[in-house]
Design a protein around this ligand. Sequence first.
Ligand code: AQP
Length: 326
Amino acid sequence: MKRVLSGMQPSGLPTLGNYIGAMKNYVELQHTHDCYFMVVDLHAITVPQDPAALREQSEAVAALYIAAGIDPAKATVFLQSQVHQHAELGWLMTTLTYMGELERMTQFKDKAAGKDSVGAGLFTYPSLMAADILLYNADLVPVGDDQKQHLELTRDLAHRFNQRYGDTFTIPEPYIPKVGARIMSLDDASKKMSKSSANQGSFIAMLDAPDVIRKKISRAVTDSGREVKFDPQNKPEVSNLMSIYAQCSNKSIAEIEAQYEGQGYGPFKKELAEQVVAHLEPIQQKYYDIRKSGEIRQILRQGAERASVEAEKILNTVKEKMGFIL
Ligand code: AQP
């Protein structure tokens, strides 16, 4: 069975972008692959986090994984910080990474833009992400489009290590959805939807109440035309809404275009909101049940135990090859 690894930062509550771009694929892959799904809390602290909020959001992301359909008996669900090997291999990978490679990362440039001081962890984030993936010799990494560049660096680092020290790491492949790989902000279709955005109206959180979802979609920016047509170049806002519609309804883009031909944006947006509400409602229900049961910490502990057995094997191989005394 091929191995899959992916993760989500508890830097806020996951959005519809995180769900469509990544989590929805996790659920599908668990049936055919040996899956490891992390909550990457060590990545979240590359920007300041309130400790109480970090704990709450870490549990929330894990509970959302399970509410969305990940079965912890099938897939290993765990917190990155509870498997200490991530931090250790992260350092080893940092020493293998060139400054120029990190300087080219667009996510770093975006997140550092306009800030007076930027933490070094934000800069070296991609080296830790490489360690996360290589620690399990993952074959496949389901991610949204925004993580493609980080994954390319992971592949380069794996090649570099293998060349320097002999074959060790599997070269991982990205697994990026065809529709919905980059869900854009509701207020600005040139920016991706992000859970840590200061503008609450720019994203739909997976836990937003139905009326909040309806309001956010009705206020979503559209162009001044009225044609429901998929044209990301000329109609990025409507095309983005259509991608969301397709992913929440299982209808194709062509079917959606045909359904709303000649009707304008009003009926389309109204029905889109209902599709999103209907898609998220059972996930939200299950989420609140899981949180009430208090079982999430136990699931995460068990997941961390399983993950660290695998992680330890690769870490020891790497350390031995690099010249450490075990
Ligand atoms: N807008 C998006 N569309 C599709 N996929 C997305 N992903 C993120 N945003 C979108 C995918 O979700 C997974 C988890 O992302 P992450 O939590 O590791 O960090 P991120 O990519 O930086 O996502 P956010 O929501 O923008 O977080 P913040 O605001 O904290 O930076 C990844 O697979 C990502 O590709």
